[in-house]
Ligand binder design. Structure first.
Ligand code: THU
Length: 139
């Protein structure tokens, strides 16, 4: 599978993730996050973090984007790339829970974290979650 998005796809992913961060519901942390995912079939889905007064029920932007794709009918969802945007000076890599969910659908995915500042983190599922537990363990 081709795992590197084209320049055009990357631009669209970045813009989509940034726009999604603007829809974050983060009244408690005030930390807005947007995510955009590129499927192997070339579709883009987005998500933002959705917090809750019962803090532990918060859903991160990355998981919202993935669940959004599944809920939209992506029966054989395969993630090619995940882009995370935060309106901060430093980029934010996905949390542990999101790494596990990304692995479920994108063990070979590229992961790019960008921010308002100059920095970025270019990574992969393998790098962020080595020796992952996943579907193959249950096969
Ligand atoms: N958050 C995300 O949405 N994605 C991440 O990768 C890290 C954390 C959210 C969860 C919570 O709403 C806020 O950021 C602060 O933790």
């Amino acid at each position: 599978m081709k795992t590197t998005p084209t320049a055009d796809q990357l631009n669209r992913l970045k813009a989509t993730a940034k726009a999604a961060a603007g829809r974050a519901y983060a009244p408690y942390s005030k930390f807005s996050v947007g995510a955009a995912i590129l499927t192997a079939s070339g579709k883009i889905y987005s998500g933002c973090n959705v917090e809750n007064a019962s803090y532990g029920l918060t859903n991160c932007a990355e998981r919202t984007a993935i669940f959004n794709a599944v809920a939209a009918g992506e029966k054989k969802l395969k993630l090619q790339c995940v882009v995370v945007y935060t309106p901060t000076d430093m980029p934010t890599a996905p949390c542990g829970a999101c790494r596990q969910v990304i692995n479920e659908f994108g063990p070979e995915a590229r992961i790019l974290s960008i921010c308002r500042g100059q920095g970025h983190i270019a990574s992969s599922t393998h790098e962020l979650l080595p020796d992952a537990f996943g579907p193959a363990n249950l096969a």
